[in-house]
Design a protein around this ligand. Sequence first.
Ligand SMILES: Nc1ncnc2c1ncn2[C@@H]1O[C@H](COP(=O)(O)OP(=O)(O)OP(=O)(O)O)[C@@H](O)[C@H]1O
Ligand SMILES: [Mg+2]
Length: 236
Amino acid sequence: MNMLVVEDLRAGYGNVEVLHGVSLHVDAGEAVAVLGPNGAGKSTLLRTISGLVAARGGGVRFEQRPLTGLPAHGIPLLGLLHVPEARHVFGQLSVEENLMVGGTPLPGRAERRAALEEIWALFPMLRDKAHAAAGSLSGGQQQMLAIGRALMARPRLVMLDEPSLGLAPVVVEELYLALGKLRQGGLTILLVEQDVQVALGFADRAYVLENGTIELEGAAGALQEDRHVREVYLGL
Ligand SMILES: Nc1ncnc2c1ncn2[C@@H]1O[C@H](COP(=O)(O)OP(=O)(O)OP(=O)(O)O)[C@@H](O)[C@H]1O
Ligand SMILES: [Mg+2]
């Protein structure tokens, strides 16, 4: 089933159009990566899907439901969560408080506690820091917290914008191990990742976005062999 369908999407800022008719889809249970150079429009694509930037043409459907025109705050309630590029944790709040904020869409306290236990199991280092201010965490821990906070709402699809940015390789590995577990648990993932090697190692399929247009798409394994991807993105 197509869980997320993006069709001929156009969006931009002011007089500048950034996305010039982007189409892609993500099926239930898939991990799909969007690759592309700086400024290609990857973050704008995720922001437009999640309603933070207005679509100027085309559309987005999530589980058959049109999202275009819905207010941004309504979209997470449908089960589609966006972890933005900057990690936006609430620095003054504790780790546990940040997670509880993420759990506000859940119906009651018992459900929130149960979701919290799952986050502790996935990221044990967050449990060790439960009462520390989020602002005192390392970059990798803040990324895990930002992902954990999104997961608290029990999404069916999560969009991650450059989760590995600025993290040491060993932390990236730890993060992707956790993402792999989530995927095994049935979570669908749309990933923007600057580390193309990591992204193609993780995703089932990928799209290459250049200048607001999808230039290439295919199975991750096939893209790893693609000459353009090897020369431009893998430096081979
Ligand atoms: N808030 C904004 N206002 C105006 N222009 C913007 C804004 N955000 C992004 N842009 C412009 O839109 C274009 C696409 O930016 P976007 O952040 O979507 O690219 P990206 O592929 O995510 O790049 P990066 O790899 O650097 O994160 C760029 O030319 C950028 O300068
Ligand atoms: Mg970006």
